[in-house]
Ligand binder design. Sequence first.
Ligand code: FAD
Length: 289
Amino acid sequence: MQLRQILQDSTRTLSFEIFPPKTAEGEKNLFVHLEKLQKFNPTFISVTMGAMGSETGKTFDIVERINKNLGTHGVAHLTCVSSAKDEILKSLEDLQRRNIRNILCLRGDPVQGSKTFIAPKNGFHHASELVAFVREQTKDYFSIGVAGYPEKHIEACSLEEDLDHLRSKVNAGADFIITQLFFDNADYFQFARLCRSKQITCRILPGLMPVTNYTQIQKFTGMCGAKIPKSTKKDLEEIQSNPQAVKSYGIQHATNQALELMGQSAPGLHFYILNQSESVEKICERVWY
Ligand code: FAD
């Protein structure tokens, strides 16, 4: 079923983002974690596509397995990286063959070591072009999501300019937005307000990542340009050598964020779970009832 319809019919949604494991053992473990999270009845689970647009088939396999075995909806991420139009077209046909109706259209990151994204030959420069192509080729078959950046995308000169580009993605046919992770809800609330002022009216699902490891979160935020607030950074620095304390802190921080977001009518919660269930299970037990 398409998320477009589900989003219209529900007041708020719960969703998780995972990545395709590299090994069969990893996949087995992943599904053990996902089974544990089924008690929260998630609206969808989205599956990333490898950094170089690699492992398209693996992403689709996992989404298919989610659709068939978990009783929830899988969302396949699709990037412009390394794919010419004809390859994207083949991916769209593959998705349709597998009866996958929900996708997240992304540009993807520049190759490692480069600051600029180089579009593949006969491919797309921006996610908006991908969204337009998917709509042109497949009409309403897919429900399409796109990425939004409460603290602006790392390459954008300003939030204003980035929002104009976000509006192009929505105008090209996107049905919903999932945000980059953020640690300060004020950034999300401001972003949502600015989106509305630019006539971006679709759902903006806030993306939360419970911190489980300080070094790892520094790396992620460094790559994607999200900031760790000063006080959070200070707290984490003090406990970084105690993994259990960091996990507990991450659970508490994300719980506080989730409670405030829901209290102020955010349309859902999207958790980046890094293929683990422990932290998000504890958070959902406190916030998702
Ligand atoms: P775009 O929307 O194309 O924007 C990229 C930059 O170009 C922005 O700075 C924007 O302002 C600018 N821009 C857009 N249109 C124009 C225009 N017409 N003219 C000039 N500038 C323009 N990466 C993966 O590789 N695989 C994944 O599975 C994946 N999943 C993600 C899921 C979420 C929810 C998020 C938030 C990110 C994800 N990413 C993933 C990372 C994403 O690919 C990067 O953030 C990437 O750098 C930008 O992708 P985008 O789709 O937002 O690009």
